[in-house]
Design a protein around this ligand. Sequence first.
Ligand SMILES: [Zn+2]
Ligand SMILES: [Zn+2]
Length: 113
Amino acid sequence: MRCPKCRLEQMESIQAADLIVLRCPVCQGVLLEEGQLRALVSQDLARFIEDVEHHPTPDALDEARSHCYACKVDMELIRGPMDVFINWCASCGSIFLDQGELTSIRQHPSGLR
Ligand SMILES: [Zn+2]
Ligand SMILES: [Zn+2]
């Protein structure tokens, strides 16, 4: 699967407990299937996926539309937990999180709807 954001060819599979998610080796963004975000936060698995030493992506980069390669449609930008803007595919329900966003959500799990 290609990265929705920088559109590199290959994302890496990262295993956290029984979940396998895709992470981009270039931008460190994370692509989650529908339901995986809630599972990651409720089981506190984000630390296995995101290196907290990295710095969040500058805001300017967040304005670019991400693209769901599974559905071949642009993803919607929606306001998620903790006012973090997340990319969401209206077709398959996948979520793409920029580097740092998973950690932001993890630190405030009560913000998860
Ligand atoms: Zn990327
Ligand atoms: Zn999709």
